[in-house]
Design a protein around this ligand. Structure first.
Ligand SMILES: *[C@@H]1O[C@H](CO)[C@@H](O)[C@H](O)[C@H]1NC(C)=O
Length: 466
């Protein structure tokens, strides 16, 4: 308010003497006006460390030079305005993480922009799409209690309609309930946790044993079984996805944490051929009809286009086709013959499960070398594709300089008579000297660069001998 009054007075004063409108005053007014709108987003500095635990905070840690941060800025204003107007207790701030690097790193900021919700000592990363609605949904979910109780049948039906995946603890106080609360406060960033008494659930939901933790999704429910499913948090992590998903790079990355194999159809969504519709339908059917068989080990879905997957496996996947990925070790499985029927798909899935299918890729030593080479190749190719001239300059220039240097070194060495004499002596080794040579080799192993140089020297000497 003070800002606005000040601005108006700024504008009014020059109005009196129209001819001499002072541009600096107008500028000041504009800046002040925008800072009034900005007021919903608090600019945080090094005093924040001490007061961060007083309230629930949603903070954008940014760097002034980062493009994604600039893109987020208007969204961040909207988020702040909307949270304020909806009466949310969440305070919205932003911090220049380059100016307050120490504090930012205390909060675990490693990239820009980093969006975090800070709730007491807890600190949650937001990793989803940077849109207003997604961020607000995240803030509301994470800021509230991790486990919300469902007091009535109506409430239960309401949340069932709103969420595709819903975890519910059913029963009274127990050790399981405490563990459930712990898991919920850790994984609230990903999904929704509720608790209810048995009589709130529909009659059809008959549970053999109470207390229980169940997940409602895919039109059915799954019950957590301590003996089969391992730790509760691992189980929640596995089950927080729908049985069938549209998979993109980000989801694939998240699926990596579940330890499940990912079986998907790679299709072209814009121009779906009959073949790609058939493959997609087959995967969808396996996901529902064979849920009890495979849902423990497999995540099903489809991916639009093969760009991402080609980069992942460093090869070319046909579109449409079916591929099974092991995200834990980066291995993948392709059908040896085209999959046309359900039986063929079941055969492929079973052969991966029982280990008879031929795995490709992996995260072994040679695959990692291949990865470095592949990444270098794609970078060079993408530069050349977007701007051939720049490519020539970027890669041609250093190559030219390096070859000139090599040429210079080679010619300089062969001109040096003393060095050549050394080499000639070595060529005619006596038995005694051979031992020394052995030691020399051990040293060469440590420095491969030196070895190359020596070989170069040798070849230039050979020429001289001729
Ligand atoms: C997937 O990778 C993990 C980790 O290496 C391995 O234990 C598991 O057996 C693999 N699964 C299949 C089906 O190959």
């Amino acid at each position: 308010m003070v800002g606005i009054t000040f601005c108006i007075s700024c504008l009014v004063v020059p109005l009196g003497k129209m001819a001499v409108v002072n541009p600096t005053l107008v500028c000041a007014a504009v800046i002040l006006l925008s800072s009034v709108v900005n007021a919903f987003v608090e600019d945080l500095d090094d005093t924040f460390k001490d007061r961060s635990t007083d309230d629930v905070w949603l903070v954008d840690f940014y760097a002034p030079w980062c493009g994604y941060c600039k893109k987020l800025e208007p969204v961040w204003q909207e988020v702040a305005v909307e949270l304020k107007s909806s009466g949310s207790p969440v305070r919205v701030g932003k911090m220049d993480a380059t100016a307050y690097a120490g504090i930012a790193s205390d909060f675990g900021v490693r990239g820009y922009p980093t969006i975090k919700l800070l709730k007491g000592d807890l600190n949650y990363n937001y990793k989803g799409p940077r849109t207003k609605d997604d961020i607000i949904e995240f803030a509301n979910r994470v800021a509230g209690p991790a486990v919300r109780s469902l007091p009535s049948k109506q409430m239960f039906e309401h949340v069932m309609r709103r969420h595709d995946v819903l975890f519910v603890y059913i029963g009274g106080d127990s050790a399981l309930k405490e563990r459930y609360a712990g898991v919920a406060s850790e994984l609230i960033v990903y999904t929704n946790f509720f608790s209810a008494s048995e009589d709130v659930l529909p009659k059809a939901v008959g549970l053999p044993e109470l207390p229980a933790v169940v997940v409602f999704k895919d039109g059915t429910l799954f019950t957590y079984d301590e003996y089969q499913d391992g730790s509760l948090s691992a189980w929640v992590n596995k089950e927080r996805f729908l049985g069938y998903l549209q998979i993109d790079g980000y989801i694939l990355y998240e699926l990596g944490e579940t330890g499940k194999l990912v079986a998907m159809a790679v299709v072209d969504e814009k121009n779906p051929t009959e073949e790609s519709i058939r493959l997609k339908t087959l995967i969808q059917r396996v996901a529902t009809e064979y849920r009890d068989h495979f849902s423990r080990d497999f995540q099903f879905g489809h991916m639009d286009g093969n760009d991402y997957i080609n980069g992942l496996i460093m090869g070319e996947v046909a579109v449409p086709s079916i591929i099974i990925l092991n995200t834990s070790n980066e291995q993948y499985f392709l059908p040896t013959e085209p999959v046309e029927t359900m039986d063929q798909l079941l055969h492929l899935i079973n052969s991966v499960l029982d280990g008879t299918a031929q795995a490709q890729g992996g995260d072994g030593f040679f695959q990692r070398i291949k990865r470095v080479a592949y990444d270098a190749k794609t970078t060079v190719m993408s530069v050349f594709r977007s701007s051939p001239l720049l490519g020539c300059f970027l890669f041609g220039l250093p190559l030219g300089v390096i070859s000139l240097m090599c040429y210079g070194i080679c010619t300089a060495e062969s001109d040096d008579g003393a060095d050549d004499m050394e080499m000639l002596k070595r060529d005619g080794l006596t038995d005694e000297e051979e031992e020394e040579e052995g030691q020399g080799q051990a040293m060469e192993l440590e420095g491969p660069g030196e070895k190359e140089e020596e070989q170069e020297e040798k070849s230039s000497t050979d020429k001289k001998v001729d």
